[in-house]
Design a protein around this ligand. Structure first.
Ligand code: SF4
Length: 252
């Protein structure tokens, strides 16, 4: 996966958002201040952005697409998610990062993903809901948000069961310490941990000791760690190598 260096240095590890749904409803502590949630004000419903479905097919340049609006919200039909999977399959020059706070529904969807053996043109909905089975797209990364210990223990074990080319955990906004050893041996199955502290109005900043602990756990488990921010106030955090390193004048 290649994202231009200037974006990575700003903490942006994807190229473009692929907004397949608009609106959402909060499900856990990390949803406070979410723009997706706030956008439900216009009608109180989830809107499926069908017009955006073929966006990746129109772009030749390999691109990392982020699907941050929760595609696995209960009001998003599996038929629509399957259309997205079909696009990701056909636009295999791109990488897709699919993040959810609803991994149970993601698991349910994937367990029904026998649709590749069917005629999708004529009846994609039936194809999705028909035979079970597992199918992994090599260009699709699956991820869950784990903003605190409770959500880490709820969601990461489910993520580790899913068939995926790569699995990632987004600890953002980090609202408390996260102990991966309580989740199980994540090392071989987890490919990336992303950590971020919310900025802007009403932010709930992470403590540096939480971040350092998570970074150290990732080193122990051999899981690459990416810290989105390079500084917070007067604290300077430096990036280096495969693992993001915390260092600088105020943090050792
Ligand atoms: S699940 Fe995600 S998109 Fe939905 S309200 Fe929470 S943070 Fe926002």
């Amino acid at each position: 996966m290649n994202v231009c260096k200037s974006r990575v240095e700003k903490g942006l590890y994807w190229d473009e958002a692929w907004s397949l749904v608009s609106g959402c409803t909060p499900i856990s502590e990390g949803c406070q201040n979410c723009s997706g949630r706030l956008s439900t004000r216009f009608n109180g419903r989830i809107r499926l952005n069908r017009d955006f479905l073929d966006k990746p097919l129109k772009k030749k340049k390999p691109t990392v697409y982020a699907i941050w609006n929760d595609l696995f919200h209960e009001d998003v039909p599996f038929e629509f998610i399957a259309r997205a999977w079909e696009v990701m399959n056909n636009a295999n020059q791109h990488t897709f990062m699919v993040l959810t706070k609803r991994p149970k529904r993601m698991k349910e969807f994937l367990s029904r993903l026998g649709w590749y053996t069917h005629d999708r043109e004529t009846n994609p909905a039936e194809a999705v809901l028909d035979e079970g089975g597992k199918y992994t797209l090599p260009n699709v990364w699956l991820g869950v948000t784990a903003e605190n210990q409770q959500r880490a223990e709820e969601r990461i074990p489910i993520l580790l069961q899913l068939p995926a080319a790569k699995r990632f955990v987004s600890v953002e906004p980090m609202l408390g310490p996260v102990d991966l050893t309580e989740v199980g041996h994540v090392g071989p199955k987890l490919d990336w941990v992303i950590c971020g502290s919310k900025s802007g109005p009403n932010r709930r900043p992470a403590k540096i000791e939480w971040i350092r602990s998570l970074r150290n756990q990732c080193i122990y488990f051999g899981v690459p760690f990416f810290l989105k921010q390079s500084r917070r106030g007067s604290e300077k955090w430096r990036f280096s190598g495969r693992f993001t390193r915390l260092s600088g004048r105020t943090q050792r």
